[in-house]
Design a protein around this ligand. Structure first.
Ligand code: ACO
Length: 432
């Protein structure tokens, strides 16, 4: 029996309620106030859920003050150094690092589901040549439930697992096909002899005349980017997936909802905004002027890729991806490229500037992920799609966890109604 409580008293009536305090493994405790409506006739008001824990989860932990990120308890630094993206997928989905045999079986199942149904391939032709890749991704992933009807029973754990494997296996194929469609090149089929990440690069960059020339450091840089973006607890897109899933909707539609949410510039679009900002700056000689503008309250522009709602310390992902980005630029001989020159100088100046130091504004993961994607030759409008490929496992793992809850309830927030009072209908002739 949990004896720790917080007493909430309604001073208008004198009635009070003892709300139990629930403790997690790490992080702040929460007040369980679900009895407020029945006992006090009150709801909580928490726009944007800034103080609300919407669920209990065992998947990812973030400490924004200390700059900590754990997947299933494992620090992101160790996973980025030692693990592979498929191994991280296994960990997020099933809770433990796999044995060699479990990993082989998982890789095999993924490789058996990388192909797209040919009917789904035709579906692409309905899109305009200049469609936004994220619009196509939302559409194609949403349409998937119409092509794989053999695993539609979400109450069946085997069906749920099959949907999870299909989503993780097919997202790179879907994304690469979007890229090929928009640049007018033929669709490149997946290859089972390649690793998950190498296969993704093959589908993105090979052409019928010549295969893609792999560069080990480039492949590893993309793998690290995917690992770092795999999950980030209850962010906007993940919360969307959970809310959609709570109505017992099919996971393909729930993930399509997550992709739609990720599309917004306040969420997955920041890596693209960083590159656009670097283009606007044009030359290192303009940096000081831009720094002045970033600090000016009357100027709406901000230093994109700096600051974070949760991390008030270094974003742990940014530290890792920064080194990966530097190594990649060195390897590809791109450090002197004007865009990267601007980025590195901007970072140096901002980190020494009192304005950014005082406000705890550090580079976030997007400051560097945009540069990595750019250096890999991925077009700007595909950046959020790359993020979606990485985050699919997080969405699916959170959905699976929610579906395993014994008393799953449909998500249904309440509101503070401030509209018109009750009034009677007025006939049109009588309206003034
Ligand atoms: N450039 C200049 N000033 C900034 C920046 C920035 N990037 N970020 C915050 N500030 C300033 C604000 O003007 C404010 O200054 P003040 O105290 O003098 O008024 C102070 O720092 C605090 O800013 P808030 O907006 O209150 O911080 P919040 O935590 O709400 O915002 C956010 C976080 C939205 C990420 C913000 O830092 C930002 O806009 N950054 C640029 C966009 C970006 O990189 N987004 C990606 C985030 S990572 C991700 O989503 C994967």
């Amino acid at each position: 029996m949990n004896k720790e409580t917080v007493t909430i008293t309604d001073n208008r009536t004198g009635k009070s309620i003892d709300c139990p305090i629930k403790k997690g493994t790490h992080g702040p405790s929460v007040i369980d106030c679900h009895q407020l409506p029945s006992k006090l006739g009150l709801f909580t008001f928490d726009p944007a859920f800034v103080t609300t824990a919407s669920c209990e989860s065992k998947i990812t932990f973030i400490d924004g003050e200390k700059g900590i990120l754990l997947y299933r308890g494992y620090p992101i630094e160790q996973l980025a150094q030692h693990s592979s993206y498929p191994e991280v997928c296994y960990l997020l989905l099933y809770g433990e690092l796999p044995t060699r045999e479990q990993m082989d079986n998982f890789n095999h199942s993924i490789s058996q589901h990388t192909l797209l149904h040919e009917g789904l391939v035709n579906f692409y032709k309905g899109f305009r040549h200049d469609a936004h890749p994220m619009a196509m991704l939302v559409g194609v992933v949403g349409a998937m439930s119409g092509y794989y009807p053999d695993a539609l029973d979400i109450q069946n754990p085997e069906h749920r697992n099959m949907s999870a494997v299909r989503l993780i296996a097919k997202l790179p194929t879907i994304a690469a096909k979007i890229h090929k469609y928009l640049i007018g090149q033929p669709y490149v089929y997946p290859r089972n002899d390649l690793s998950y990440v190498a296969n993704f690069m093959h589908m993105m960059f090979s052409v019928p005349m010549e295969p893609y020339q792999f560069n080990e450091k480039a492949t590893r840089a993309l793998e690290i980017m995917l690992i770092l973006h795999a999950d980030h607890e209850q962010n906007a897109s993940t919360s969307t997936v959970r809310l959609a899933g709570s109505s017992q909707a099919h996971p393909f539609s729930c993930v399509a909802g997550g992709i739609a949410t990720l599309w917004g510039p306040a969420h997955g679009g920041a890596n693209e905004a960083v590159i656009r900002m670097l283009h606007d700056i044009k030359h290192p000689k303009n940096i000081q002027e831009y720094i002045r503008r970033f600090k000016d309250k009357d100027d709406p522009i901000r230093l994109m890729g700096f600051g974070h709602r949760v991390y008030k310390n270094y974003d742990p992902r940014a530290k890792i991806i920064r080194d990966s980005c530097y190594n990649l630029l060195e390897e590809l001989g791109m450090k002197q490229h004007v865009l990267f020159d601007i980025a590195l100088e901007l970072e140096r100046i901002a980190l020494e500037d009192e304005y950014f130091i005082e406000r705890k504004l550090y580079p976030n993961v997007d400051f560097y992920s945009g540069m990595i994607l750019r250096a890999l030759g991925i077009p700007l409008n595909m950046f959020t799609v790359m993020f979606a490929v990485a985050r699919t496992v997080g969405w699916v793992a959170q959905w699976m966890e929610m579906m395993e809850e014994p008393n799953l309830k449909i998500g249904r927030p309440r509101q503070l109604y401030t509209g018109a009072q009750r009034r009677d209908y007025v006939q049109v002739e009588e309206r003034i």
